[in-house]
Design a protein around this ligand. Structure first.
Ligand code: PLP
Length: 380
């Protein structure tokens, strides 16, 4: 027996597509008829529109978010054994590309409220081998970038933002200036994985920078290290965004701010519904960043997170644990702790107590009410 006929999903991409079907079908068919599948005009259009939207000088489209991070890492001239500081509470890709390039990911803890790394957390992990920092704008809001950029300047470190989860969010500097996340560090990386806030209908990614020289380097590396056709100045990779994905993304980019507003409205609803439940901590919104709610993630304070998840399951309410295991406890990354520590207490606690509720652009009142009632019922 089903508990509800609402058919609630973590992410509902079908209903989102239904609203844009004509526009998207037409664009995809146009690409197929033109046969300009690779590096076609739609890729250049999307690139230009994304540069405009992010207010950034250069966007380099690529095949996925992991490639974006890898190409960024390859572009800054690091040597094997160089250290790169990353949060231990993130998706594996952030650390993976570092290890893959024979660099050393150095994992640090995160802020217990925003789940992001901060300047105060980064600074003690800096050693003479440290070359770069990868702030991850987790779950849809910016790290506090101004102090992080200040630490980076003082120690001459590169800053590569992992903006896979926060495209469209704005960060406000002390002087009131606003910038899109990912455009603040030296290089920003994003993913167009279907369930991301700006999702393709397959894989995709992009790298962005305001630095002309870096942009040239990044473009070369993404294209086999090619300087001109069949001349290779560098060892590169093959990483392209295809024209069909670019055509779809170019349409969806026009709705990105509306999508963020829909996510925020759902988050507001949840926040209000859970305000009186003392066993829960609702997402903390940093005053310097807007939140685009890639995830709506609660902390269950009384140790009953897994019980809550089972209860929601029994009511046909999906939920996910992002992330269940600290990166430094993963078999592949056991050697990656900062300063010989063996546990990062906040990351450890978060992995045992977070739960993410359904969050997408198509959540309606009935669904939000049903989900919230389900969560409340568990704590009554
Ligand atoms: C999704 C994601 C990536 C990787 O993106 P792909 O397109 O799946 O390769 C990297 N970092 C974070 C934080 C992500 O959420």
């Amino acid at each position: 027996m089903k508990e509800t006929t609402l058919n609630i999903q973590m992410v509902d991409l079908q209903s989102q597509y239904a609203k844009l079907q004509e526009e998207i079908d037409t664009a995809v068919l146009e690409v197929i008829r033109s046969a300009a599948f690779i590096n076609g005009p739609r890729v250049r259009d999307f690139q230009a529109h994304l540069e405009q939207y992010l207010d950034v000088k250069h966007v380099i489209p690529c095949a996925n978010g992991t490639d974006a991070l890898q190409i960024a890492m390859m572009s800054i001239g690091l040597e094997p054994g160089d250290e790169v500081i990353v949060p231990a509470f993130t998706y594996v890709a952030t650390a993976e590309v570092i290890a893959l390039l024979h660099l050393r990911p150095v994992m640090v803890d995160v802020d217990p409220d925003t789940f992001n790394i901060t300047a105060e957390i980064i600074e003690p992990a800096i050693t003479p081998r440290t070359r770069a920092i990868v702030p991850v704008n987790l779950f849809g809001q910016s790290c506090d970038m101004e102090p992080i950029m200040e630490v980076a300047r003082r120690h001459k470190l590169w800053v590569i933002e992992d903006n896979a989860q926060a495209i469209g969010a704005d960060y406000t500097f002390a002087d009131g200036r606003r910038q899109k996340t990912g455009a603040i560090g030296h290089i920003g990386c994003t993913s167009f994985y279907p369930s991301k806030n700006l999702g393709a209908y397959g894989d995709g990614g992009a790298i962005y920078t305001n630095d002309d020289e870096l942009a040239q380097q990044l473009r070369m590396i993404a294209n086999h290290g090619q300087t001109r056709r069949y001349y290779h100045g560098l060892v590169g990779v093959n990483s392209r965004l295809d024209s069909i994905q670019a055509a779809i993304l170019d349409i969806k980019l026009r709705y990105l701010d509306d999508y963020a507003a829909a996510r925020r409205a759902a988050a507001d609803y949840y926040d209000q519904a859970f305000a009186g439940i003392e066993q829960l901590q609702t997402p903390v919104r940093h005053e310097r960043s807007t939140h685009v709610f890639h995830q709506y993630t609660l902390i269950v304070k009384d140790g009953r997170r897994d019980e809550l998840q089972a209860f929601l399951n029994s009511k046909d309410i999906p939920s996910m644990i992002y992330y269940p295991v600290p990166l430094y406890e993963q078999e592949a990354y056991k050697e990656s702790m900062a300063n010989g520590m063996d546990k990062l207490p906040v990351t450890d606690h978060l992995c045992r107590s977070v739960i993410s509720l359904p969050m997408h652009t198509e959540l309606d009142k009935d669904m939000l009410e049903y989900i919230s009632k389900g969560v409340k019922a568990f704590f009554e």
